[in-house]
Design a protein around this ligand. Structure first.
Ligand SMILES: *Cc1c(COP(=O)(O)O)cnc(C)c1O
Length: 522
């Protein structure tokens, strides 16, 4: 491997199969980008500041006496480096992002405008509470809306993501059982559950047992009932589930679990399909996290932090975490923390997070809710389901849809790799989609379907976009059915082709070391 004077590595851009290597490694106006340590050197600097005046050090001998090893780039070099890198990223602002179970929808710009207002954007978590009454009021108003939309009794706004919300809900269940003086070591989780569900239960100290699914892709109620007993703390059920189906027996499941003395946790990551149409509280659910970064349109992935409020039933609310916002009798808002919890929230299981909120996500989610209103939110669910069914019915003749006979899907369409030519798999379809300019769907999840492909279009895609995606996926699926050998080495047009993903996951090289780079070059 050679690194030429400007730090570029030309062969990085040369495609093995099809094309000509360029001098720079660039491909048209898509620029090949080396690591920042390769383009900048530690003995140059991009800034010109006067040497510091000689003063006695007050660091008690702890001052650094070696260089810090950062590359010294000028401002334009730095700006270009990061702008080039950002162009190699795929984002919801570039195109359809059909990740099943992840609700990657458009992030409305109105949310951004509101979140950037100085009164919201510049608050600091350590400010005195009387100076952030407006921010606390916003958190409280969002809380009221989430309770209204879910028909639940209370909500914990502290969790920072869906998985964090799951932990919050399960810790509430644990605290409730402790208050009853009962030891129930088992949490039941369906086979099709998102990996975070069993991980959460295990992390909280429970033993996880699987509940089987029926042939039509829903929880097997009879098997669940047969397993319930005095050792079961509760169940974690995703509804709509990860096969894209509504759990029709949810009320019967809740009733059976309650009759056996357990609690019902619902994974609400797929709330987008039912918001405004179904209230989880009416289905007997005791705790459910809401991913504001999915259903309520706040950015996620590389776009921003998550936020996972958990709505709670009357049975679990007394055990919810601190901190939380409380409206006091004198009309002021109070952030309830350790010193006031004894009086205002004596049964709390404890602190969930250092600071309250992803404030920026709360303001975005509330803007979204208020700008849609009740009718608009109901239409979100309706359009999301309509779009997913359009995908399902437009592809079922070229991709096997294992649960298509179970009726309409909810927010996402599920396909399997059944019917592809010998030696072709879901991975080939995903890689082929990249050449077509689409981010692949969720693959190999849920595990209950062989070679699963899970497509969630969301309501924010137009019919024109859906038609283009369907056309691309139909073409790639046909090639996989016919055994088109070129598909086995896709993507052909991406700067990198098939990477060793297992190696990358198992032995990631996360720190740049000159010696390792030199070794790789040999
Ligand atoms: C996204 C998701 C989660 C986890 O949510 P995070 O916000 O990523 O922690 C849990 N369950 C399901 C079904 C999900 O889709």
């Amino acid at each position: 491997m050679t690194i030429n004077q400007s730090g570029w590595r030309p062969e990085m851009g040369a495609n093995s199969d099809s094309d000509v290597a360029t001098y720079t490694g660039n491909r048209a106006l898509m620029l090949e980008e080396a690591l920042i340590f390769e383009i900048g050197t530690t003995d140059t600097t991009g800034v010109d500041i006067a040497p510091a005046p000689k003063v006695a050090s007050r660091l008690g001998g702890l001052g650094r006496n070696t260089g810090i090893g950062l590359p010294g780039l000028s401002e334009p070099e730095t700006v270009r480096h990061y702008t080039r890198l950002s162009r190699q990223n795929y984002a919801i602002d570039l195109g359809l992002f059909p990740l099943g179970s992840c609700t990657m929808k458009h992030n409305p710009r109105l949310n951004e405008k509101v979140a950037r207002m100085a009164g919201f954007a510049d608050v600091h978590p350590l400010q005195p509470q009387e100076t952030v009454q407006g921010a606390l009021a916003v958190i409280q108003e969002l809380a009221v809306w989430l309770i209204e939309l879910t028909g639940m009794y209370g909500v914990a706004m502290a969790p920072k993501a869906g998985a964090h919300g799951e932990l919050c809900g399960i810790l509430c269940i644990k605290a409730a059982l402790e208050a009853r003086g009962e030891d129930r070591p088992v949490i039941l989780v369906p086979e099709s559950a998102h990996g975070t569900n069993p991980a959460t239960a295990a992390f909280a100290g429970f033993r996880v047992e699987n509940i089987p699914a029926t042939a039509e892709g829903r929880v097997d109620l009879a098997a669940l009932k047969a397993r319930l007993g005095p050792d079961v703390a509760g169940v974690m059920i995703t509804n709509p589930n990860t096969c894209g189906l509504f759990e029709r027996d949810m009320k019967a499941i809740s009733d059976a679990v309650h009759a056996a003395g357990g609690y019902v946790y619902c994974d609400g990551a797929n709330f987008n399909a039912i918001v405004g149409r179904v209230r989880p509280g009416d289905l007997g659910i005791d705790a459910m996290h809401i991913n504001l970064h999915k259903t309520f349109s706040t950015p996620h992935g590389g776009g921003g932090p998550g936020s996972g409020p958990v709505v709670l039933s009357e049975a679990l609310a007394p055990f919810g975490p601190i901190p939380f916002v409380s409206l006091m009798k004198d009309g002021t808002y109070k952030l309830v923390e350790e010193e006031s919890a004894g009086e205002l929230h004596p049964q709390t299981f404890g602190r969930m997070a250092a600071f309250h909120g992803q404030m920026g996500m709360f303001t975005r989610a509330l803007s979204y809710i208020l700008s849609h209103g009740a009718d608009g939110l109901r239409q979100v669910a309706e359009d999301a389901v309509l779009n997913a069914n359009y995908i399902l019915r437009s592809l079922e003749d070229v991709l096997e849809a294992p649960f298509a006979a179970s009726g309409p899907c909810m927010h996402e369409a599920l396909f399997s790799d059944n019917g592809l030519a010998e030696g072709f798999s879901t991975l080939d379809i995903a890689k082929g989609l990249i050449d077509e300019g689409f981010h692949p769907m969720t693959v190999y999840f849920p595990l209950v379907v062989h070679g699963a492909m899970l497509v969630e279009p969301t309501e924010t895609e137009s019919k024109a976009t859906l038609d283009q995606f369907i056309g691309a996926l139909r073409s790639v699926a046909r090639r996989a059915r016919q055994g088109d050998a070129a598909l086995k080495s896709a993507p052909h047009f991406a700067p990198r082709h098939r990477l060793d993903e297992t190696l990358a996951a198992r032995k990631p090289v996360l720190v740049w070391k000159e010696a390792e780079l030199a070794q790789a070059a040999e």
